[in-house]
Design a protein around this ligand. Structure first.
Ligand SMILES: C[S@@+](CC[C@H](N)C(=O)[O-])C[C@H]1O[C@@H](n2cnc3c(N)ncnc32)[C@H](O)[C@@H]1O
Length: 207
């Protein structure tokens, strides 16, 4: 999987802006509004850092992580370009995080659950590293609800090596959040929809 993201890293941001600008804008705003001032934040599968940068506006410190080294290099360049200094970078596999239990006030995993062989393992890792009373934010593209043009683009990406494990729609995403929030004994959760070319679910789970 990472090799596709390594290859794609140089044009990922262009793709994000061209194809799903409105949803990504809503996502950035929604993440920023969920970050308490001074919070310690972990962003998993952060890619080129769109949500890390949003969190960094209010966080004390953000650790921006991804399995792809080249996506992280793009994120580092972007942070430097934007003058964001409360951010550090590290490679991490979301299904086997190196961080101790109860480490972060907020943990983000954006647009990755539909790419994983074992998203339930990732969910339990996100909960494990979040402090009690902290938040887990899981925005996820609902690709099955996109229009024909975007479905075609996704098919082309698949020919280039993009290998999602799920083609999510709203009810399926809500069921995933519900099931795993309960399984991991989370106190509460909310889900809302961000509408646009490729709509996204935006879940906030309280540990
Ligand atoms: C669609 S991009 C999302 C990037 C970013 N979160 C965003 O919303 O713009 C998916 C990212 O997940 C990363 N990824 C895929 N599998 C992963 C894993 N097991 N652990 C960590 N990152 C992973 C890829 O390298 C890629 O950067």
């Amino acid at each position: 999987m990472s090799s596709f993201w390594d290859k794609f890293s140089g044009i990922y941001d262009l793709n994000e802006i061209l194809f799903n600008r409105s949803v990504n804008k809503q996502m950035v705003k929604a993440v920023e509004s969920e970050i308490p001032k001074g919070a310690k934040v972990l962003d998993c599968a952060a890619g080129t850092g769109m949500l890390s940068m949003a969190a960094a506006k209010k966080a004390g410190k953000v650790l921006c992580t991804d399995r792809s080294r080249k996506m992280l290099i793009q994120a580092m360049k972007k942070a430097r370009r934007k003058g964001v200094y409360n951010i550090a970078f590290a490679r991490r596999d979301i299904t086997a995080l190196k961080d101790p239990d109860n480490s972060y006030d907020v943990v983000i995993a954006g647009n990755v659950m539909h790419l994983l062989d074992d998203p339930e393992k990732a969910f339990s890792e996100l909960v494990r590293v979040t402090k009690k009373g902290g938040k887990i934010i899981i925005p996820t593209y609902l690709t099955r609800e996109s229009g024909l043009f975007f479905k075609l683009c996704i098919m082309i990406y698949k020919l280039l090596g993009y290998a999602p494990t799920a083609d999510l729609y709203t009810e399926e995403y809500i069921r995933f959040i519900e099931k795993n929030a309960e399984k991991n004994c989370c106190a509460e959760y909310s889900v809302r929809l961000l509408l646009g070319n490729i709509p996204a679910g935006f879940a906030v789970i309280k540990k």
